[in-house]
Design a protein around this ligand. Structure first.
Ligand SMILES: [Fe+2]
Length: 294
């Protein structure tokens, strides 16, 4: 048995009026922050997580992207401070980037996200460890109970009004090569910033999502698909359709609809505590139990 917490879409922000922002996409991000995001996303729900996690321990914390708003160093540093406090509680944290973490061409080119958040490779002797998010956009970590956490980076710097993700042919090739290295009796928890389902507006979809969905359908080792990006909480058991259990944590920094998932994985079932940010506090809104189909 192991426990993991899933959070996403922190959107930590630092408003900048530096001249250089007018030569990048950041100026639109800054306007967005001033007029909209700053009210919606707040550090208080995020930093209140530390108290919740201190009382209700977990083995792992999985963060499915958009830690920042405009990929500024100061925003990454704020996120770093938060996760240092959480790791001090003995919770192992894993990170992957969202579109806001590769927000400008400069931050994407210099892979700024990875200068702050590279997941340590625990088993450098394994062939699978040659794949890293930074260089291959796929990465795998062995968790407890023969579960593997497989993570994807499908985010990239996009044009002004786009927040699309891209499951490219190269990422597809790397993912298939990596999945082939996982022992057939083991199980997989797949995490990405974007949902594979094409239900978002065309500006926000994962391009190539249908190809990713087919890979997931063809691989019965994949038991969970974790994502964020939508800011809407979701727990969907798609096992009857030969797909995994899909978890969207929602935005864990949202002032009105903040949420996250606390998941206990047993041998034959999972239990999910769904936390909602209500009246300036994190509260368990509901609990769900789902049987794992072999
Ligand atoms: Fe996003």
């Amino acid at each position: 048995m192991f426990r993991f917490i899933h959070i996403s879409d922190l959107h930590l922000s630092k408003i900048s009026f530096g001249l250089s922002q007018f030569f990048s996409k950041r100026w639109i991000g800054t306007l967005n922050l001033i007029f909209s995001r700053k009210k919606k996303f707040h550090p208080k729900p995020l930093f209140s997580l530390i108290d919740v996690f201190a009382k209700k321990k977990a083995d792992y914390l999985i963060v499915t992207g958009d830690l920042t708003s405009t990929s500024m160093k100061e925003e990454f540093q704020m996120a770093n401070d938060l996760f240092t406090s959480i790791e001090d509680l003995g919770i192992k944290c894993y990170f992957l980037p969202g579109n806001h973490d590769h927000y400008t061409k400069g931050s994407y080119r210099t892979r700024r996200f990875y200068n702050f958040f590279s997941n340590p490779i625990e088993h450098p002797d394994l062939i699978i460890s040659k794949y890293t998010l930074r260089h291959h956009c796929v990465e795998a970590h062995l968790l407890k109970d023969n579960f593997w956490l497989v993570m994807l980076d499908t985010a990239k710097a996009t044009s002004l009004l786009s927040s699309r993700g891209y499951f490219t042919k190269e990422i597809e090739h790397n993912l298939l090569s990596l999945l082939a290295l996982i022992p057939k009796e083991d199980k997989i928890l797949l995490a990405n910033h974007f949902p594979f389902a094409q239900q978002e507006s065309i500006r926000k979809i994962l391009v190539g999502g249908k190809r990713l969905q087919q890979i997931i359908k063809d691989n019965d080792q994949i038991k969970f698909y974790l994502h964020g990006h939508t800011h809407r909480h979701c727990l969907a058991d798609l096992q009857p359709n030969s797909l995994p259990i899909v978890l969207d944590s929602g935005s864990s920094a949202h002032n009105q609809i903040g949420s996250f998932n606390y998941v206990t994985v047993e041998k034959n079932h999972i239990e999910v505590d769904i936390y909602k940010w209500q009246k300036e506090n994190w509260q368990v809104e509901s609990q769900k139990r789902i049987d794992l189909i072999k």
